[in-house]
Design a protein around this ligand. Sequence first.
Ligand code: CP3
Length: 375
Amino acid sequence: MTGTPQGERKVLRVLEGEAIGPPPAWMMRQAGRYLPEYRASRAEAGSFLDLCYNPDFAVEVTLQPIRRFGFDAAILFSDILVVPHALGQDVRFVEGEGPRLDPLDGREAFSQLREAGDPAVMTHLAPVFETVKRLRAELPRETTLLGFCGAPWTVASYMIGGRGTPDLAPARALAEGDTALVDTLIDRLVTVQTDYLVRQLEAGADAVQIFESHAGTLPLAVPAAGGTVEPVGDVAESALPDASVDALTRWSLRPIARMIAGVRARVPGAKIIVFARGSGLDGHARVVPETAADAIGVDWGVDLKALRARVPASTVTQGNLHPDTLIEGGAALDAAVDTVLAATAGLPHIFNLGHGITPQTPVAHVERMLARLRG
Ligand code: CP3
C-alpha cells in the first residue's frame, strides 16, 4: 500500500493492523479552546453551531492543530449533537455550561421528530459533507482524515435529558419506564447515523470514530429487558428486547454493531474506531468481539497494559493518556507517555488521550508530549 496516498497515512495503516513505532498520534478535541487560534475563529463565527455548519470555519479550525503540531490524523470539526438537530430537536450551546436540548420526555415529543428517511435530515447535514470534501483536498496527503458521530445511546441520552448529567437519570428512567420508546429512538439513530457515516466516508473521510461517551452509565450486570410496552412504529427486529443480554450490549454495543455492519455493507472495508468511555476493562474488551470495530478507543480509567493482556495481540488500541496529566506537564507527563509506549510496544496502537483535551491545557505541554513520543 505504501506509495499510494493511503499507504502514507499511518493512522490508517495501524487501523489495518500494522504496528508502527513510535505510534502515530492525534488527540480527542484537538481543535478547541486551549488553542488561541480556535478562540479567534470561534469569536468570529458567532455561535458554536455556526462554526460547525459553516465549511469555511469548520475546515479552518480542523486544520489549526494539524498546522501547529503535525498530528497524524485530523478529526472533522463538528459535534455529535448536530444529528438530533437534524432530526428537528432544538439544540443550543450555552457559554460555560455546554449543550442544551429541549428534553424528549415522552411519546408526544418523539412524534415531533423527523422520520429516519426524511430527506431533510441529510440536507441539514450537507455542510458537514462539504467540510469533509474540502478537508481531504486541503490536508497533507499523509494525514488521516477521521469522521465521527456519537453512539446511539450517548446521543439518545442527551436527547432525552436535554443535557449531560453525571448519572443520566432522565435517560435511565425512560429506559426503565418506556423501554420500547428508547428502543425506537435508538433504532432511528442507528438508521440515520449509519447513513451519516457512509456519507462522510463517501465525501473523503479515511476512517470514522463512534463516540460512546456515556457507556459508563449502563450497568454491565443488570439484564436490560423489562417494562416493555407496545413498540412505537416500526422497529427493526434486531432492536427488539432480548432478556438474555445486559444493558451495555442491548443499548450500546448491539446498536453500534448494527451501524458498523450497515456502514460496511455500503462502504466495504470501512475502518471504524469505537470509544466506549467508562465501560471498564470488561466493557473495553467486549468492543471488538461484539461490534466488529477495527479499534478500541481506550479511556484513561482503563489500565492499558491489562487491556492489552486481555485482548489478542492483533487488536488495535487507541489512547489513553489522562487529560489531567497533560495539564500537569513536566516529568509526570513524560512518565505517562512512556507508560503508554511500554504497554503497546510492538502492538498496533494509535497514541491519543483517554478523553478530550480540556481548555486549560497549556499548548507547550502538547508540544512536550509529542516531543517525548516522537523521540
Ligand atoms: O477536535 C475534535 O475532537 C473534533 C470536534 C468535536 C467536538 N465535539 C467539538 C466541540 C468532537 C469529536 C466532539 C464530540 C462530542 N461532543 C462528544 C463525544 C466526545 C466526548 O467529549 O465525550 C460529546 C459528548 C459532545 C457533546 C458536547 N459538545 C459537549 C458535552 C460539549 C460541552 C463541553 C465543552 O467542552 O464545552 C460540547 C461543545 C464542544 N464540542 C466544544 C468543542 C470544541 C466546545 C464548544 C465551544 O467552543 O464553546
